[in-house]
Write a protein that binds this ligand. Sequence first.
Ligand code: IMP
Ligand code: MG
Length: 185
Amino acid sequence: MNSSIEKILFSEDEIREKVKQIGKKISEDYKDKDLVLVGILKGSVVFLSDLMRTIDINCKIAFLTAKSYGNSTMSSGKVELEDTLKTSLGEEITGKDIILVEDILDTAATLYAVREKIKELNPASIKICAFIERNIKRNVDLTPDYKCFDIQDGFIVGYGLDYAQNYRNLPYVGILKREIYTKIN
Ligand code: IMP
Ligand code: MG
C-alpha cells in the first residue's frame, strides 16, 4: 500500500465488481438509445475507461474540463468550465442520450454547473453516473442515477481521485493520511 494512505476503502476487486454491475445496468437501460458517456476531466478517466469496457451496446465518449478544488481538500464552491464547450462538444451532444461521468459527487456544485451547460446543447436526455457519492446534505437538487459506492467523511484518493494532482494512479480507493494535507495547507 502507498505510504500516504491510511486505509484502503475500496479494493481493486470490489471496484471491478461494482463497475461491472453499473455497466450491465446502463447497457440494459440504453439498449435502443444513442448513448454518449461524457467524462469530467481529470478525475473520471479511470472510472470511465473501465466502465465503457463493461458496456456491451454502442456508445461514444467525450470529455470536458471542470475544476472546483484547486490544491485544497475543500470544494471552493466556484466551478470553472472551459468556454469552448459549445464549439468543442456541440455536435457530440445535441440529440444524444448523455450520461455525465464523475469521480465523486460531493457538494454537486460541479455537476450542477456542467449539467446546466450541457442542457444548452439540447441533448435528448441527461443522466448522472458517479463512481462515489458523498452522503451529505446538499444545496443543489442533484442525485446520481448510477453510482458504485457511498462514503461519509474523509478525503479519499486513488482510481482517478487526486490530492494536488497526485495519487490518481492508485488502483484502489483509500483515505489520505491527514498529515499529508495539513503539512501543505
Ligand atoms: P463537488 O462539485 O463539490 O461535487 O466536487 C466534486 C469534485 O471535487 C470531484 O470531481 C473531485 O474532483 C473533488 N473531490 C471531492 N471530494 C473529494 C475527495 O474526497 N478526494 C478527491 N477529490 C474530491
Ligand atoms: Mg479533482
